[in-house]
Design a protein around this ligand. Structure first.
Ligand SMILES: [Zn+2]
Length: 143
């Protein structure tokens, strides 16, 4: 959740939206400035917060690997992030049910076709397994 006035961010569970709805106290207000608190996402037609835009561009230039998940990659300026990462040497892995322009323009190095909600947990489990294996290997090496 994010305050639209001062930009302060809050955990989703900081506000019991059901309770506020029952008490007719929506939308929630920021404890710092009394601005309106809303989900920290960007809806169509809404401007992207400057800090999020700047940080995304910096991270896109720095990353070694970018996962592009569940998107048509057609809404700018964020659709450009994969191109920025690619130009700076990152590998691009696209996880989508259908190919996108990133697939067609060969911006993506890999397309894992399927549901993000199924594939991402599998990737996380594999990475955890690799990290655990690596730790075990190091312990043996140093013993
Ligand atoms: Zn505020």
């Amino acid at each position: 959740m994010r305050c639209i006035k001062c930009g302060a961010r809050f955990q989703n569970d900081a506000y019991d939206l059901d309770k506020l709805r029952r008490e007719n106290k929506l939308p929630p207000h920021c404890p710092n400035c009394q601005g309106i608190i809303q989900p920290d996402g960007v809806s169509f037609g809404e401007p992207i917060p400057d800090d999020a835009s700047r940080k995304s561009n910096v991270l896109a230039r720095m990353c070694d690997l970018m996962l592009i998940c569940k998107t048509t990659a057609s809404v700018y300026p964020f659709a450009e992030l994969a191109n920025i990462a690619k130009r700076n040497g990152a590998r691009i892995v696209e996880i989508n049910e259908e190919p996108t322009r990133l697939t067609e323009e060969k911006i993506s190095d890999y397309l894992i076709q399927g549901k993000t909600g199924v594939i991402l947990p599998q990737i996380v489990a594999e990475v955890k397994e690799l990290l655990t294996h690596r730790k075990r290997k190091r312990r043996v090496f140093h013993a």
